[in-house]
Design a protein around this ligand. Structure first.
Ligand code: FES
Ligand code: FES
Length: 149
């Protein structure tokens, strides 16, 4: 039995220690905002925060997540108020198909925590998530807007 806190709520799951955190979040906890893209830590669609750090949950085994605090896209809006990154995303009309966007937003929230006023170079170095719809320019504009908010 492994124990996690997901978006502030304690959960217990009975899975193998090698089960990727992504599948625990989606299938055991039932939060499907976190997406599966590649399964090999390349695309970032599965990004969540583990003890406040952005991780690609498709390659984090439950053994490494046991006892930790997890935040997913569903836990970002505190008390129903959108996080400033979510608001900037809406204001800048970033999403197209939307598939990559929850992972992208989680990566950006972590970036702004470390670097509240990131440069374009900081963004390029940190937000390496892949968007097949090519929203990268809007992502960059929304990050700068969120940094000013
Ligand atoms: S699904 Fe995890 S990085 Fe692509
Ligand atoms: S918005 Fe479609 S993959 Fe990024």
């Amino acid at each position: 039995m492994a124990r996690l806190t997901v978006n502030g709520k304690a959960v217990e799951v009975n899975v193998s220690p090698s089960t990727p955190l992504l599948w625990v979040i989606r299938e055991q906890v039932g939060l499907t905002g976190t997406k599966y893209g590649c399964g090999i830590a390349q695309c970032g669609a599965c990004t969540v925060h583990l003890d406040g750090t952005a991780v690609r949950s498709c390659i984090v085994p439950m053994a490494a997540a046991d006892g930790k605090q997890i935040t997913t896209i569903e836990g970002l809006a505190a008390g129903g108020t959108l996080h400033k990154v979510q608001k900037a995303w809406l204001d800048n009309e970033v999403p197209q198909c939307g598939f990559c966007q929850s992972g992208m937003i989680m990566a950006v929230v972590a970036l702004l925590k470390d670097k509240p006023k990131p440069t374009d170079a900081d963004i390029d170095a940190t937000v390496t998530n892949i968007c097949r719809c090519g929203t990268f320019q809007q992502v960059r504009e929304a990050i700068h807007a969120a940094a000013k908010a």
